[in-house]
Design a protein around this ligand. Structure first.
Ligand SMILES: NC(=O)C1=CN([C@@H]2O[C@H](COP(=O)(O)OP(=O)(O)OC[C@H]3O[C@@H](n4cnc5c(N)ncnc54)[C@H](O)[C@@H]3O)[C@@H](O)[C@H]2O)C=CC1
Ligand SMILES: O=C(O)C(=O)[C@@H](O)CO
Length: 300
């Protein structure tokens, strides 16, 4: 697909960067979002125009990076859904984090229409989305991988091929989310614990990032707390979804996951107190509130 056409659905925190990567690789990239501002920004940055009806039959690949299963279903099979408009043989690259059984159901419905389906959740955050260096945790048929390859190579520096079984990609993503979800909450817990010991957040970050206690989550999110800037790169509410998926499939496996359950409670408390649309670093606010601490940028 040297000059193949791709459509990306979802131009939010991840999708806008992924769209940029597709364009920078020279792929004709159409972008769609229910948020008109997001579409306008995409078009201003060089994204191709055209309605879904006009472009659908020209596409080699469709990348879907909306929030959840319901939104992915709406893009594919909802009113004005794209699945019935695509040419047979088009590949659907499904990147939203969903449960493995949801991926299997979506794949089956696509395959009934002659479409290829790649179960392809992503990892790496918004920065790596924007520079085309995501990790993609993918499973699907060889034909799906072949058709998706130009788009995958544009968006990712690592494409993990996890086999032909749909759901394997989503299972691996759930494992990653277990770790990242716990570690972001742990960052909030440790940073605020440090404050009770007289350690300012900046000092916490300078020291701990160079010690064994560091993590990608700490290095990515502690700066947001220090700056008092909770502009969402990934929201608190994403964790209600993702750790919910983890705990659902753990329950099916009769696997106890107490750390995941504890982390989810902290995100639930954050969301319940109105922070659901803030950056997930705002989980630190739950700890601060409970301990009577004032985080940077907050009113004492
Ligand atoms: N933000 C992050 O750092 C990461 C997010 N993810 C996953 O990627 C997915 C997307 O996450 P974000 O970009 O953070 O979410 P987001 O909420 O920033 O963006 C989602 C976009 O989808 C759009 N949308 C919803 N329904 C639509 C429809 N029917 N048609 C077209 N557009 C529609 C929304 O308007 C929004 O712009 C989620 O599944 C998330 O769990 C994965 C890795 C990292
Ligand atoms: O990139 C990932 O993987 C992540 O889980 C984070 O960016 C938070 O959503």
């Amino acid at each position: 697909m040297p000059n193949g056409a791709v459509a990306i659905f979802g131009l939010g925190a991840m999708g806008r960067g992924m769209a940029t990567s597709l364009m920078q690789a020279g792929l004709v990239t159409h972008g769609f979002d229910i948020n008109a501002d997001a579409v306008a920004k995409f078009r201003d940055s060089g994204g191709a125009a055209g309605t879904i009806a006009e472009v659908a039959a020209t596409l080699d690949a469709v990348v879907i990076v909306v929030v959840n299963a319901a939104q992915t279903r709406a893009v594919l099979f909802g009113e004005d859904g794209i699945a019935d408009k695509l040419a047979p043989g088009t590949v659907v690259i499904a990147c939203a984090t969903v449960a493995p059984d949801v991926a299997q159901d979506l794949a089956q419905q696509c395959e009934e229409r002659g479409l290829h389906y790649l179960d392809a959740p992503v990892s790496g955050g918004t920065l790596r989305a924007g520079d085309g260096t995501l990790s993609v945790l993918a499973s699907g048929s060889a034909a799906a991988f072949t058709k998706a390859r130009p788009a995958l190579d544009a968006m990712a520096s690592q494409v993990f091929e996890l086999g032909a079984e749909i759901g394997a990609g989503s299972s691996m993503k759930a494992i990653n989310q277990m770790l990242v979800g716990i570690q972001i909450a742990a960052m909030g817990e440790a940073l605020t614990f440090g404050m009770t010991q007289g350690v300012k957040p900046e000092m916490f970050f300078d020291v701990i990032r160079q010690c064994a206690g560091t993590s990608w989550a700490l290095e990515s999110r502690a700066p947001h707390v220090i700056a008092g800037d909770y502009t969402p790169l990934s929201t608190i509410d994403i964790w209600l979804k993702d750790l919910g998926i983890v705990l659902d499939i753990a329950k099916d496996a009769k696997f106890g996951a107490p750390l995941t359950a504890a982390a989810l409670q902290q995100y639930l408390a954050a969301s319940g107190s109105g922070l659901g649309h803030e950056d997930d670093a705002a989980v630190a606010k739950v700890y601060a509130r409970n301990a009577g601490l004032t985080l940077p940028g907050a009113q004492a």
